[in-house]
Write a protein that binds this ligand. Structure first.
Ligand code: TYD
Length: 225
C-alpha cells in the first residue's frame, strides 16, 4: 500500500479555507478518491475540547507559550489518532491548518519566533511534513471583514464563542500575514501561495491545478519504483 498524500490549507481567518476544502474534497471524490477531511485545532474528541478552551474568548490571560503548547497537544493527538493512520492506509488527507498556523500565529503573531515552533514540531509531531500546502492570502482587509462577520454569525446562531483570535488587533494580523509570506518564500516546493482578491471559482481552479500536479507526480513516482 503506497502512502497517502497529506495536503494542508492555510491562511488568515476568513480567507475562505473552509469553502475551498469542501470543494476540493468534492472534486477529489468525483475522481474516485476518498479524502479524509480534518481541521486544527479539533478533529478528535480530545482536540475538540482543546479547541473550545483555546478559541473561547473567556480564556483570558492564556500565556503565549501555553497557547502554543495546547496547539501542539491537539496536533500530536490528531496525528496519532487520525492523520497518520489515514496516510498509512493510502488516503488523501485534507487538513484545515497545521504547523504553519502555529508558526504564523504563535511564532509571528505572538512573537515567539519560528525556531521554537519548528523544534516542537520535530519533537512532538515527528516532523511530519505536508506533501502540499495551499496558502490562501487574500487582501488583509477583506479577510478581517469576513472573519468578523462569520464569528458574529456563529455566536448568534449557536452561542459558540470562537472569537478569542478575532479580538486581536490589526498589528497582530499583520505579523501573522508577514510570517505566512516568509514560510512561502522559505519553502516554495511545498507551499503554493494563492494571493490577491480572487473569486471562489478562481481560487478553486488554482487549487485543483496544484493538486493535480501533485497527484500526477505521485503516480509517476510509483511507476518508476
Ligand atoms: P478556525 O475557526 O479554524 O479559523 P478559520 O476558520 O479562520 O481557520 O479557528 C482557528 C483559530 O486558531 C484561528 O484564529 C487561528 C488559530 N490557530 C493558531 O493560533 N495556532 C494554530 O496552531 C492553529 C492550528 C490555529
Amino acid at each position: 500500500m503506497s502512502r497517502g498524500l497529506f495536503i494542508t490549507l492555510e491562511g488568515l481567518d476568513g480567507s475562505g479555507k473552509t469553502t475551498q476544502i469542501n470543494r476540493l474534497s468534492t472534486w477529489l471524490k468525483q475522481r474516485g478518491h476518498a479524502p479524509l477531511v480534518t481541521r486544527q485545532p479539533g478533529g478528535t474528541a480530545t482536540g475538540d475540547r482543546i479547541r473550545s478552551l483555546v478559541l473561547d474568548s473567556r480564556s483570558t490571560g492564556l500565556a503565549p507559550m501555553a497557547e502554543m503548547a495546547l496547539m501542539f497537544a491537539d496536533r500530536a493527538q490528531a496525528i496519532a489518532e487520525v492523520i497518520e493512520p489515514a496516510l498509512k492506509a493510502g488516503q488523501i488527507v485534507l487538513c484545515d491548518r497545521f504547523t504553519d498556523s502555529t508558526e504564523a500565529y504563535q511564532g509571528g503573531g505572538r512573537e515567539l519566533g519560528s525556531s521554537v515552533v519548528l523544534e516542537l514540531h520535530r519533537l512532538l509531531c515527528g516532523n511530519l511534513q505536508p506533501g502540499l500546502t495551499l496558502l490562501l492570502l487574500p487582501g488583509l482587509e477583506a479577510s478581517l471583514a469576513r472573519a468578523r462577520h462569520r464569528n458574529q454569525r456563529t455566536a448568534d446562531e449557536n452561542g459558540a464563542d470562537e472569537n478569542r483570535f478575532e479580538q486581536e488587533q490589526e498589528a497582530f494580523y499583520r505579523r501573522v500575514w508577514q510570517k505566512y509570506r516568509e514560510i512561502a518564500a522559505r519553502e516554495p516546493a511545498r507551499v503554493v501561495l494563492i494571493e490577491g482578491d480572487l473569486s471562489i471559482d478562481e481560487v478553486h481552479e488554482r487549487i485543483v491545478e496544484a493538486v493535480s500536479e501533485r497527484l500526477a507526480g505521485s503516480i509517476r513516482a510509483l511507476r518508476t519504483d
